[in-house]
Design a protein around this ligand. Structure first.
Ligand code: ZN
Length: 484
């Protein structure tokens, strides 16, 4: 994710320019979580999802609930007398577990399901929920994003369960099939590759499937008056962009940048990790761009705002592209590992600007160093970020996880050298491909590859209240934190 509230972004740009728990049979139905430090109630214990198959019927009005069926294939990892799913924003009509009708109740942000028979550990668990999926209003926490011509999805950090019942935590990745029925004139696109398109009277039904496992927060379904444009990336990679039909021609010069950006990223970290890529350009003011897997979400205005220099817009495109490796293919085990997503995406965003537009990274990093103590005071240290505020779950996306964390990577490169740093980056994305990883995994790999115990270095940089001295730049200073 990259926050983009319009005015602050221009201001910032000008500034840069100048410079487990078991479910007991007798326990009451209650919301459960897996104890994420930042979102303790999200995710659920006792099962591991392997497949989601989600059908939506769109009625041509983004102010009305969609009809939906969510089928979940999972494996029980403990005895389950009750099964908690995360789901908060629709009406549930029926639930079956392993083919038999189940009782259910909504508790907090959970849908608590009581199967007719308890499920044993290791046993397959097939859950079918018939429900609606309500796109209203949802501004603060997101989930469905209402666009001018339909809907898109923005589920980060934990809003997928506002759209469909799920185990809504990035530690439980699964394969997804999306089936969307929409009236004439609309086009539906989702993550992954198309597998079917059928006409049903006046409506069309599309189906897409992911070739790789995906976190719920990275799901994307676009329904709109869209054009779908195809081009080829490196080694024949299908590049598919989804844009408002009326803007297709005007947006093409931007879309043409993607294949070269993919080649550039592959040169840095190795092969692109998924089956396809492309931009979803939506007519909506979300206030951010988002790395939804294989199909990154962008606001149309990013490409239309004359105040943004070309190099800047391209570096934002690279930010979301870099997330396909860092955040999507290798996704965070917990939300406290968010710095690994955003620190790397900011790193490649900044490196691209240096190599392609002569915007030195050292200059940006020196500015980040100056602000670093204040960023830590505001958002906590990079790997122990402060909890979300009342402004919503996306309030964890503070400056410390962006430039404050790219700065950690800069310090690391200064400490171990550019060659070792690049080897670490390449090994990281290949070792943890299609999986989840933690901060401790990153520290361990860096130490292994360099033959040095880097735990002290990382402790100071990732968990310190104050920014440690920058290796090789003893003159860099962090501004004192102003007290209000
Ligand atoms: Zn990001």
């Amino acid at each position: 994710m990259l926050l983009s509230s319009r005015t602050p972004r221009v201001a910032a740009l000008l500034a840069v320019g100048a410079s487990l728990a078991l479910v007991a049979a007798a326990a009451p139905a209650e919301p459960l979580g897996i104890g994420d430090r930042l979102f303790p109630h999200l995710g659920n214990p006792g099962y591991d999802v392997t497949d989601y198959d989600i059908s939506f019927t769109y009625h041509g009005d983004n102010g009305k609930p969609l009809d939906a069926v969510t089928k979940i294939d999972a494996r029980a990892t403990s005895w389950l007398d009750r099964i908690n799913l995360d789901f908060s924003h629709g009406t549930v009509r029926s639930v079956t577990v392993n083919g038999a009708r189940a009782h259910y109740a909504s508790k907090g942000e959970d849908l608590v399901v009581t199967p007719a028979a308890a499920v044993a550990p290791g046993q397959p668990l097939n859950i079918t929920v018939r429900h609606t999926s309500d796109p209203r209003p949802g501004k603060k926490e997101v989930g469905w994003v209402r666009t001018k011509d339909g809907l898109a999805m923005a589920n980060q950090a934990d809003a997928a369960h506002r759209v469909f019942p799920s185990n809504d935590h990035p530690s439980d990745k699964a394969y997804f099939t999306f089936r969307v029925t929409a009236p004439k004139g609309y086009t539906a696109v989702a993550n992954g590759l198309p597998v079917a398109k059928t006409r049903q009277g006046g409506a069309t039904k599309w189906a897409y499937r992911t070739a790789h496992p995906m976190a719920t927060e990275l799901a994307q379904v676009s329904i709109g008056r869209s054009a779908v444009l195809h081009q080829e990336g490196p080694q024949g990679l299908p590049v598919r962009d989804v844009v408002p039909a009326k803007d297709a021609k005007a947006l093409k010069p931007w879309l043409k940048k993607t294949p070269g950006q993919i080649s550039w990223m592959e040169g840095k970290v190795g092969n692109y990790p998924f089956e396809n890529y492309g931009l979803l350009i939506a007519q909506a003011s979300t206030g951010f761009e988002l790395e939804t897997q294989t199909l990154s979400l962008f606001e149309r205005d990013l490409f239309k705002e004359p105040a943004y220099p070309k190099w800047y817009v391209e570096s934002i495109m690279v930010h979301e592209l870099a997330h396909q490796w860092f955040g999507d293919s290798v996704s965070p085990r917990t939300w406290s590992d968010l710095w690994l997503n955003e620190g790397h995406a900011t790193w490649y965003e900044s490196l691209y600007a240096q190599e392609k537009a002569d915007r030195p990274m050292a200059k940006r990093m020196r500015a980040a160093y100056r602000a670093s103590d204040a960023m830590r005071a505001n958002g906590g240290p990079p790997a122990a970020p402060k909890k979300p505020t009342s402004d919503g779950k996306i309030s964890i996306f503070r400056p410390v996880v962006y430039d404050g964390s790219a700065l950690v990577l800069y310090a690391l490169r200064q400490e171990i050298g550019a060659d070792a740093f690049q080897r670490l980056e390449r090994t990281w994305v290949s070792t943890h491909r299609d999986s989840t990883a933690t901060t401790a995994d990153f520290v361990r790999l860096a130490s292994q590859l360099t033959g040095r115990d880097l735990s002290g270095f990382f402790d100071a940089w990732l968990y310190g209240k104050k920014t440690p001295p920058m290796p090789g730049h003893p003159d860099w200073k962090s501004d004192p934190v102003s007290k209000h």
